[in-house]
Design a protein around this ligand. Structure first.
Ligand SMILES: Nc1ncnc2c1ncn2[C@@H]1O[C@H](COP(=O)(O)OP(=O)(O)OP(=O)(O)O)[C@@H](O)[C@H]1O
Length: 224
């Protein structure tokens, strides 16, 4: 489902110097496989999710998603791939402030080409415990509630790959577990591959595959 080969990513610092972040010789995730990515703050976990999703470009290397090579796609093609095949729970949620929780989930679906499925949107919001917040806009919701809307939105399209960047960072332990259960159960039922970043050892302990970025990433062996 996902294959990275010789992927490199650097940022340019304000002084013009290159700041290498990722050097990944090889990384694979199978269809429907669920894994956790861990690593110290600033080691490049979000950057890795961004290059996989095409939100930012790798400097070099091959990224294959569901048989498609990101390098061979136009900007439009990458947008289409992201809308159709990838669900992304952003660390910062990225909800649209002018729209309600339900509209945020429906809008996410409408970009996928499959059209918006109101029943599914409502059902997902109910499953994250937000039946009483469907018509609230993000600024009138708590941070944890916004995070749960972001999880519902990312699952709404029935993606092939779900990238989740600390999806339980801002919720209490009871909601943390219900979000993890919802994500895992939906991914199981719909054969969605899952790559989730977490700093919670409690969450990581529930998964068979837990990878440390500094073991995947040859760069971190140079910088740490
Ligand atoms: N757009 C950018 N320009 C320059 N440097 C960046 C940019 N985005 C991230 N960085 C730097 O790249 C490094 C990796 O950042 P990244 O957000 O991928 O880390 P992370 O492992 O997800 O961290 P955390 O666990 O704190 O979320 C950090 O040192 C960060 O400062």
């Amino acid at each position: 489902m996902l294959l990275l080969e010789n992927v490199k990513k650097s940022y340019v610092e304000p002084n013009g110097q290159l700041l290498p972040i990722l050097v990944i010789p090889r990384f694979e995730l199978s269809d429907g496989e669920q894994m956790i990515l861990v690593g110290r703050s600033g080691c490049g976990k979000t950057t890795m999710l961004h290059v996989i999703s095409g939100i930012s470009h790798a400097d070099s290397g091959k990224i294959m998603i569901d048989g498609l090579d990101l390098r061979r796609l136009s900007e439009q093609g990458r947008d289409k791939l992201r809308a159709e095949k990838i669900g992304y729970v952003f660390q910062t949620f990225n909800l649209l402030p002018a729209f309600t929780a339900l509209e945020n989930v429906l809008l996410g679906m409408s970009f996928s080409g499959r059209g918006a499925d109101r029943n599914r949107a409502v059902q997902l919001l109910e499953r994250v415990g937000l039946s009483h917040r469907m018509t609230h806009k993000p600024k009138t919701m708590s941070v944890g509630e916004q995070q749960r809307v972001a999880v519902a939105r990312a699952l709404a399209n029935r993606p092939r790959l779900l990238l989740a960047d600390e999806p339980t960072a801002n919720v209490d332990p009871a909601n943390q577990q219900s979000i993890i259960d919802l994500i895992r159960q939906t991914c199981n039922e719909e054969k969605i591959a899952l790559m989730m970043v977490t700093h919670s050892m409690e969450v990581a302990a529930q998964f068979d595959r837990v990878e440390r970025l500094d073991e995947i990433n040859k760069m971190s062996k140079v910088t740490t």
